[in-house]
Design a protein around this ligand. Structure first.
Ligand SMILES: [Zn+2]
Length: 319
């Protein structure tokens, strides 16, 4: 055939092959993140960290009450964080006891920022439907921990779950007289707590810390961030995990500098005492720790340093 012979085909083939391979390799960049779930074992329990997203919080000059801007900027730089915007990550924890599915805190349900609200999608990735959750434990009533209970329209997300909240949080945030006098962002928190819980009052179970509230899970009083904030221990076999909620938020700041008092801790000195005590216990007992605002999977160990502590993240590994 004119214009085509074996020699010219072979000469052209490498070019054709290379061009095809390049066309295949040049996949368009993805527009979304991959799923955020991380499973690990604790005794006989299976735990799953569920990523909800991130909130980019503008840093105000006085955001740490008892540290100067230069010191705060140095800590941010040491953590490779920008000086003006603090990334606040959200990760809830699912505990499968073998008989019960217990969810600790619920994410934002996309009601705080567009860059968060992936908890239910990640729950689906983990193979769990919201209706399968038996028990929900709430650490405190800030929106990023309770908003996942309801859709924007007020529908229940977890149809069959028993909801358990700290009694002190309920008494504080549902107090009508306090709502009247609250101001600024705290007023918003009061109104939001009422939006989430008002029609659930009958079914919400209120607990006192200091005892087991679900199989292998105990609540510990951890006040300061809010008046009734609690931490949890999850124990199975001979292993225990400490779930510290918001007792220490960004580790680069508050694990490294536990005495710092951020503006989002309602009682600064009390929050510092709680933070010191939980970090000290975690380090001394070599406990696995989950921190709701730690970088995903929000799980690691706490190592004591000459000053403060350091988060040592878990190693991602097969089950
Ligand atoms: Zn929080």
């Amino acid at each position: 055939m004119a214009g085509f012979n074996r020699r010219s085909f072979l000469a052209a083939a490498p070019f054709i092959f290379t061009a095809t391979a390049l066309a295949r390799a040049a996949a368009p960049a993805a527009k979304t993140q991959t799923p955020g779930t991380y499973r690990f074992r604790l005794g006989d329990y299976q735990l799953t960290a569920l990523y909800d997203g991130i909130w980019r919080l503008p840093i105000e000059d006085n955001f740490i009450r008892n540290a100067g801007k230069a010191d705060v900027n140095a800590a941010l730089a040491a953590g490779f964080l920008p000086p003006d915007v603090l990334p606040v990550s959200f990760t809830a924890l699912l505990v499968n006891t073998g008989r019960k599915l217990v969810l600790i805190d619920t994410g934002t349900a996309g009601q705080i920022t567009d860059s968060a609200g992936t908890l239910t999608a990640n729950l689906a990735t983990a193979g769990i439907k919201p209706a399968q959750i038996d028990t929900i434990l709430i650490s405190h009533f800030h929106p990023d921990h309770i908003n996942g209970l309801k859709t924007k329209d007020g529908g229940k997300v977890f149809a069959n779950a028993e909801i358990m909240v700290p009694q002190v949080e309920w008494d504080f945030w549902m107090d009508e007289s306090r709502i009247e006098t609250a101001e600024g962002v705290v007023k918003k928190y009061f109104l939001n707590a009422r939006r989430i819980f008002r029609d659930l009052a009958r079914e919400v179970h209120r607990f006192q810390p200091g005892r087991e509230i679900a199989p292998g899970i105990s609540a510990i009083a951890a006040p300061g961030h809010t008046p009734g904030h609690v931490a949890f221990t999850v124990s199975s076999g001979n292993q225990t995990m400490l779930v510290i909620g918001d007792a220490a938020r960004n580790p680069e700041l508050f694990v490294r500098h536990p005495a710092w008092q951020p503006s989002f801790d309602m009682d600064g000195p009390l929050a510092v005492a709680t933070r010191q005590s939980l970090l000290q216990k975690a380090a001394a007992d070599k406990l696995l720790v989950h921190g709701y605002h730690f970088p995903f999977p929000a799980t690691g160990h706490i190592a004591a340093r000459a000053e403060g502590y350091e988060l040592v993240p878990v190693l991602w590994q097969p089950l």
